[in-house]
Design a protein around this ligand. Sequence first.
Ligand code: SF4
Ligand code: SF4
Length: 471
Amino acid sequence: MEEKQKYQRDESFRNKITTVNEDGGRKWLYPKKPKGKFTNYRSYLSYFLLVILFAIPWIKIDGEPFLMFNIVTRKFVLFGQVFWPQDFHIFGLIMISMVVFIVLFTSVYGRVFCGWICPQTIFMEMVYRKIEYLIDGDYKEQQRLKKQKWDLEKIGRRGFKYTLFYVIALIISHTFLAYIIGSDELIKIQTSPIREHIGGFFAIIGFSWVFFFVFAWFREQVCLIVCPYGRLQGVMLDRNSLVVAYDYIRGEGRAKFRKGENRKETGKGDCIDCNQCVNVCPTGIDIRNGTQLECINCTACMDACDFMMESTYQPKGLIRIDSENAIAENKRVKFSFRSKAYTVVLIILIVFIGFLFKLRGGVETSILRTPGVMYQETENGFISNLYNVKVVNKSGDALDLTFKLINYNGEIKMVGQDNLVVKKGESNQQAFFVEIAKNELTDKNTELTIGIYNHGELIEQEKTSFNGPVR
Ligand code: SF4
Ligand code: SF4
């Protein structure tokens, strides 16, 4: 027990970074190829997510991309819904709700996103690392190759690996650009002469080198020092959060395994100190030291440890998904009041985000009296005001609009065409006169309600003011 308390107090590992040498240089990691149940689940999920990631830019809903974040033209499309500059308050609220969602989700369910869903981890561990295992072999062979002199074999392997790495970076770069400019624009860049799309061409090449640099060299450093989500784990997680955790109550004092021994009788813990959990870790940490910022919850160490537990006839789950408190109290993790409350808030947030989408109507209209133009009195006793109507069509169909007065007898006379046609995803404007009989007016300023009809069906009502003579 004394040994366990001593272990719990030892925090010296926090004074150094696993990827930095004593002399301050980069310590290159060679994680062992993980194998096991969780690695399989993670592989299946990542293949599924990769298909989605590459397919999304090519999916369209009513002619609009499923997702597009065109920061150049400020056109943002979420789930086929175009967000115009006028919708930015809703877009902002959706983004804030998503941030709150991520914070609450993380504090209850831990960093599962990093290890299982994050594109950086998926590309690094499930694409680039797997290619590396295929070309360079497992970690021992990779270390040997690193020390090997630059002979034909090493040049061949390195050349082949980095060429493949760059080709994949180029594919990712095209996909990344498709999320920004849309697949139609991407095809134009791909099929037209370079001189017609110099900007797009350089964007593709630039992004491809960034991705190549990240996956060929920078690697786990993205999670360790760049990713803001990773940096915030310290404030989002607490001792009740679910994390990949080592059961030190069961595992300490760790000692090598001897065939045929009874570890209980000899007072040894279940950890056989084989270091396999450290060998497979893509961020190079020893999870036996406790929850650490560097842990991306990839569960590779769980597979490695389960294999060792099985091999030494001990129960699996020495490293498992659990909370720090549940392990310390030797209890099963329970769904605490806080977890339940946060889950309720998460559900409310999902409903709220859905509501925000709904709130964002399909048509946005503004009707303003033309500035600087006074009312006019016609020969037949009518007062006339000039207006300008502007319509933004956010719906999936073209609009064919007509306008009628709702709360007054009077007439609307369009300037030019009788109908205002607004194409899908575009805006249009037109001027019109409103004429009301002088004797209908009771004030110099009258509030008008104008009905907006699409193909004869009332879709919106707009209020505006009407000026007349003083009575
Ligand atoms: S400690 Fe385990 S779960 Fe965390 S990053 Fe390392 S291998 Fe993955
Ligand atoms: S893999 Fe399991 S048994 Fe081996 S060192 Fe890690 S925790 Fe101990």
